[in-house]
Design a protein around this ligand. Structure first.
Ligand code: GAF
Length: 388
């Protein structure tokens, strides 16, 4: 699907539901994460990149003080609400994300116009590819541009996260919104979640003879289900016991040995080693070495083992997909995102992608699991206005 198709889809929905033409169409991408999982809320490093797939919103200024929302993916759940009535808990389901953005902008003192918003998306939902963050970021861009505001993107990412945390009640970190708003095509985004400094790291696997394959394991991922929050709490407890403001302050894996609780020790070890892996991947991407991609692949696989054994957030379909991809010649593979469902990212030599797909499909079929989905992707651009 091209951006033109995406804009057309959202514009048509707008016309069918609200009548007339929108003032504009905005798109925000989903994301995959190359390295650094569950490091964002520990003030560590992340290295995500934007997907070609995204959430498109067609929006127009509407009746003063009212926000009307509809979505092609949720046709029976249209919502209209007074902006003055927006409060956490007032809106549930998918509409909590765009409504939460209006609430967060208003809470930060920005003027939000009455608006009608039609949403269309080609980010697979529940696949751990940040469809919710993309929805928030597309809405944030649309509402601020409709109001004639120029809010810096890093600030907008913070407000979109606030919508997710404080309005929708999902305790996520800052990675997904930052990826959707700050990534550049052909680059991964190195974000220091403590200082919030970011830099663009050239990342073009195709030039290195490799491909990025996303494997949707079809096990749905749901961040509101308690395990994500439990991991956060465990990390905070580990940091408290070690006497540091956050696990980011640990740089030596050995320091985690001071934790007597084996579970907390494993959680902390994952965070410390994953932060180090982010920096290793950045160094490899900056080197001219022909071996960079195989080495990055090895780090991906190492990260998967850490997520599986130390952080304990992998799931059977992800483990099988990783093993099958490696057996079929992938440089490396790992689960991405919050865990317990969603997608696996495999880095594969260009010539091996069909073999890898077939091997993963075969491994799932052999277990009578739902057939996995595949998305070949390349680092793409951040949220933008498509038309209007
Ligand atoms: C989810 C969260 F939304 C992110 O903030 C991040 O913590 C990620 O899980 C795990 O790295 O996508």
């Amino acid at each position: 699907m091209t951006d033109t198709d995406r804009a057309r889809g959202a514009r048509e929905l707008f016309g069918a539901r609200f009548g007339g033409a929108p003032d504009g169409v905005w798109l925000a991408p989903g994301r995959a994460n190359l390295m650094g999982e569950h490091t964002d809320y520990n003030e560590g490093y992340v290295l995500p990149f934007a997907l070609g797939q995204g959430v498109a919103v067609a929006a127009a200024r509407g009746a003063a003080g009212r926000l009307a929302l509809c979505s092609r993916q949720r046709p029976s759940r249209e919502t209209e609400i007074a902006l003055d009535d927006l409060a956490p808990g007032q809106v549930t389901g998918w509409a909590a994300y765009p409504a939460g953005v209006a609430w967060a902008l208003r809470s930060a003192g920005y003027r939000v116009p009455g608006a009608r918003i039609a949403v269309d998306s080609d980010v697979p939902e529940g696949a751990g590819l940040s469809s919710s963050a993309a929805l928030e970021c597309a809405t944030a861009l649309a509402l601020t541009e409709l109001a004639g505001l120029d809010v810096p993107r890093a600030e907008l990412a913070g407000l979109a996260r606030r919508a997710e945390n404080d309005f929708a009640g999902v305790p996520s970190g800052i990675m997904d919104q930052s990826a959707s708003l700050l990534c550049e095509p052909g680059h991964a985004l190195l974000l220091d979640c403590r200082s919030r400094e970011s830099s663009q790291i050239p990342f073009d696997p195709a030039r290195g003879g490799s491909r990025l394959l996303l494997i949707n394991t079809r096990a749905r991922h749901e961040l509101t289900a308690g395990e994500y929050g439990r991991r956060r709490a465990e990390c905070e407890q580990a940091a408290r016991l070690l006497g540091v403001p956050s696990l980011r302050y640990l740089t030596d894996e050995g320091e985690t040995g001071r934790l007597s609780d084996p579970v907390l020790r494993r959680r902390a070890r994952h965070v410390v080693t994953d932060n180090a892996r982010v920096l290793c991947v950045v160094a490899l991407l900056g080197s001219a070495s022909g071996a960079a991609y195989p080495e990055i692949g090895a780090l991906l696989t190492q990260a998967h083992l850490s997520l599986r054994d130390d952080f304990e957030i992998s799931w059977p379909e992800a483990d099988v997909a990783v093993d099958a991809a490696l057996d079929a010649g992938a440089f490396g593979a790992r689960m991405i995102g919050g865990g317990f469902g969603g997608s696996v990212l495999a880095l594969v030599p260009a010539g091996a992608r069909d073999v890898v797909r077939a091997a993963v499909t075969g491994a799932f079929a052999g277990r009578s699991w739902t057939e996995p989905g595949f998305l070949e992707t390349a680092p793409s651009g951040s949220a933008r206005r498509l038309s209007g």
